[in-house]
Design a binder for this molecule. Structure first.
Ligand SMILES: [Zn+2]
Length: 77
């Protein structure tokens, strides 16, 4: 037997571990409700762009580091 509870929005009987009410369509899981907002998706996209910029910065730093190591090796010869 699956445990049930009352939906806080429409008072219909729903499963205790339900993420979304099957009667009124309201999200019972707060994290899912936040993800459903279109504004949140824009923030995630901005974070993705920031991470891409960070990756490019890391590659440039890595290239500079390799060049410095090569200069040190050539100088020591
Ligand atoms: Zn409901």
């Amino acid at each position: 037997m699956a445990e049930t509870k009352k939906c806080p929005y429409c008072s219909e009987e729903i499963l205790a571990d339900a993420k979304k009410c099957k009667h009124c369509g309201e999200y019972l899981d707060v994290t899912l409700k936040t993800k459903a907002k279109p504004q949140e998706t824009k923030v995630v996209a901005k974070e993705g762009c920031f991470l891409q910029t960070l990756n490019v910065g890391c590659i440039i730093i890595a290239v500079i580091f390799v060049v410095i190591i090569l200069i040190v090796i050539i100088a020591s010869l």
